[in-house]
Design a protein around this ligand. Structure first.
Ligand code: GRF
Length: 224
C-alpha cells in the first residue's frame, strides 16, 4: 500500500516517548501499518521528539502561552492536528487535561494509554496505589478518550504479575516495557484500520459489540 493511503496518525507527547518509540518500531517491523504524520509536544524538552526526528517524522512544539485559556490552547492544538488529517490521534504520555470541546471534536478517533487495569486507578500515581493495595496484578489499558478522565471505553488491556519485591520504579519500568509498548501498537493497528471503533459510546470489534476489553497476559509470550 502506498504511504499516502495508509491511515494517518498524529501522536501527542510530553515526555520520554517510549510509547511513541514503540509505535515507530512497530511501523518499521510491519506490525503497524499507519502513516505517523506528525508528533506534537507541549514541551520542547520532551525526549520523545528526538525519536520522531530520527525517524524523519515532522515534529512540532506547541507551548501554552502565558494567560492562555485551556480552550484557546486546545483550539490551536486541534488546528495543528487537523492540518495532518489524521484518522487517529494518539495520546502517548501527553500530560495535559483536554477540554471537552477538544475531546468532542476528535470523538471516536482520540485514544490514550493509561497505566492501570481500568476502571481501577484512574488518575495519577497508579503504580504506588497498586503496591499500597497489595494487588497481585497490574496492567495498562488502551481506551477511547471521552470527557470523563480515564473513563472512556477500553479496547485492549495487558497485565503482568506484581512481584513481592516490586517498587514503584521497577513496576513502572516493567509496565512500560512488557505491557504498554506491546499493546499500544496492536490497539492502534485495530483502530486505524477500523477493526475496533466507537459507536454510540461503545466499542465494536469486527462489527460486533465488544462486551469486555480484549485482554493480553503480558507475562506470557505474545499471542495476538
Ligand atoms: C506511560 O506510563 C503512559 O501510560 C502514561 O504516560 C506514560 C508515558 O510514558 N499515559 P512515555 O512518554 O511513553 O515514555
Amino acid at each position: 500500500m502506498a504511504q499516502a493511503e495508509r491511515p494517518g496518525v498524529v501522536v501527542l507527547i510530553s515526555g520520554r516517548g517510549r510509547n511513541l518509540q514503540a509505535l515507530i518500531e512497530a511501523q518499521k517491523n510491519g506490525r503497524l501499518d499507519v502513516d505517523i504524520r506528525a508528533v506534537i509536544s507541549n514541551r520542547n524538552s520532551a525526549a520523545g521528539l528526538v525519536f520522531a526526528r530520527d525517524a524523519g517524522i515532522p515534529t512540532y512544539v506547541l507551548k501554552p502561552m502565558k494567560n492562555q485559556s485551556r480552550a484557546a490552547y486546545d483550539l490551536a492544538l486541534a488546528e495543528m492536528i487537523d492540518n495532518h488529517r489524521p484518522a487517529v490521534v494518539v495520546l502517548a504520555g501527553f500530560m495535559r487535561i483536554l477540554s471537552s470541546g477538544f475531546v468532542q471534536r476528535f470523538s471516536g478517533k482520540l485514544i490514550n494509554i493509561h497505566p492501570s487495569l481500568l476502571p481501577k486507578y484512574r488518575g495519577l500515581d497508579t503504580h504506588r496505589r497498586v503496591l499500597a493495595a497489595g494487588d497481585t496484578q497490574h496492567g495498562a489499558s488502551v481506551h477511547f478518550v471521552t470527557e470523563d478522565l480515564d473513563a472512556g471505553p477500553v479496547v485492549l488491556q495487558g497485565s503482568i504479575a506484581v512481584a513481592t519485591d516490586d517498587t514503584v520504579q521497577s513496576l513502572s519500568e516493567r509496565l512500560i516495557h512488557d505491557v504498554e509498548t506491546r499493546i499500544y501498537p496492536q490497539a492502534l493497528q485495530w483502530i486505524a484500520h477500523g477493526r475496533a471503533r466507537l459507536r454510540n459510546g461503545r466499542i465494536e470489534f469486527d462489527a460486533q459489540p465488544l462486551k469486555a476489553p480484549i485482554h493480553e497476559n503480558c507475562s506470557q509470550p505474545q499471542t495476538i
